[in-house]
Structures are given as C-alpha cells and as structure tokens.
Design a protein around this ligand. Structure first.
Ligand code: 5GP
Length: 200
C-alpha cells in the first residue's frame, strides 16, 4: 500500500456508543476530500444499516475465504463477528481521497505495521463509564446481551490507548468535532511539508 500525493488516513477508534459514527459522517460531510473506509463484516445488519454504505455484510464463509486469499490489510474478531478492511478498497480510494477508518485497536495495531502509511490515530472516549453505559442503552440498537458485551469490552480497550496519537473525550459533540478538525488540518499540513521536502 502506498500513498499518492498528500492524502492522509485517519483512524477513529472508540468503545461502541461514544459517537464515532456520527463524527465520522460529520467529517465526510464537511470535507469532500474524505471518504469513509467501508469495512466487511459478518455481523447482521441493524435495521438502519445499508449494505455497501455502513458495511459490506458478508457470510462467515465468504469472510474466511477473503482471509485465506490475504485480501485484508487488517481484520479482527469482535463480539464473535469478523470485521475487516479490504486492501483493494483502500488502495483505490487513497489515490484520490483522504480516508477515515472506523476500526478497533486490533485493526489499528495491524495497520500501524505498514510504516509507509501516513496514519493519524485518534481514540475517542466518554467522560465516564457511566456515561458510556447510558449512551449504549439510549442507542437502543443492540440487545441487552450485546450492550453488556460492548460495555465490558471497555476495560480491554483502554489498555491500548498508548497505540494512539490522540485521546479525545467526547463530552460535547461540537467541541469534539472541532478538535478532530484541528488534528486533521495539522496532519494534512505535515503531509504537504513532507512531500515538498521530498520534491526539493
Ligand atoms: P459495530 O458492530 O458496533 O458496528 O462495531 C463494533 C466494533 O467494530 C467497533 O469498535 C468498530 O470500530 C469495529 N470495526 C468496524 N469495522 C472494523 C474493521 O474493518 N476492522 C476492525 N478491526 N474493527 C472494525
């Protein structure tokens, strides 16, 4: 995988329910250059999700074939389902656009091994564990069992914060969005600097 021009890759990770999807969509709406990396998953779609937009929903057999054929830059098993980022999709998008990845810490670790990537890694959290539980329950998209599993994964997740460049607390969506915008602008500028120093 290699970059053309100064396009950047931003990873946004967080426990479920912190507002990552909303923020990712906000970035894409405001910055036309950004595309969201649409992952493959074996998780069944939620009622509001569209195949090919939110995820590419595939069977376990299809996913395991893709693993066998080494088609993924990264993949992970999360809450008993597979999630992964297809090489082909990333390689096509990064030629013309910046990319946002909504992936977990396992995927972040795997992508970080590609040293030539201009990755900016952001971890989003809520102000407290109680707040996270409230948001998960309010979201009402998961069964009680799923909420429990997602809540419990928080303790495992926080062990991996040191793999990230930035940790942001999403107490207020607009403030958090502004912080992400600043990070993105800095990353773009740094990327342009590194290109001009190569050209010179
Ligand atoms: P959900 O089922 O709530 O949509 O996502 C569960 C978790 O899977 C989230 O933390 C999300 O960031 C992560 N995830 C989604 N797509 C990918 C992917 O392609 N790779 C990895 N490693 N994690 C993913």
């Amino acid at each position: 995988m290699s970059h053309d021009g100064e396009n950047i890759m931003v990873i946004l990770s967080s426990p479920s329910g912190v507002g990552k999807t909303t923020l990712t969509k906000k970035i894409q709406q405001k910055y036309q250059s950004f595309k969201i990396s649409v992952s493959h998953t074996t998780r069944p779609p939620r009622s509001n999700e569209v195949d090919g937009v939110d995820y590419h929903f595939v069977s376990k057999k299809k996913f395991e074939n893709l693993i066998f054929e080494k088609k993924f830059y990264e993949y992970a098993k999360i809450f008993e389902n597979y999630y992964g980022t297809l090489k082909e999709n990333v390689d096509n998008i990064i030629k013309k656009n910046d990319l946002i990845f909504d992936i977990d810490w396992q995927g972040t670790k795997q992508l970080s091994k590609y040293k030539n990537l201009r990755l900016t890694k952001i971890y989003l959290i809520t102000g407290s564990k109680d707040e996270l539980k409230k948001r998960l329950l309010k979201r009402n998209q998961n069964t009680t069992q799923e909420v429990k599993k997602r809540f419990e994964s928080f303790d495992e997740d926080i062990k991996h914060w040191s793999d990230y460049d930035y940790i942001l607390i999403n107490e207020n969506l607009e403030n958090c969005f502004k912080q992400i915008e600043t990070i993105i602008k800095n990353s773009k500028e740094n990327s342009q600097h590194s290109i001009s120093s190569v050209i010179r």
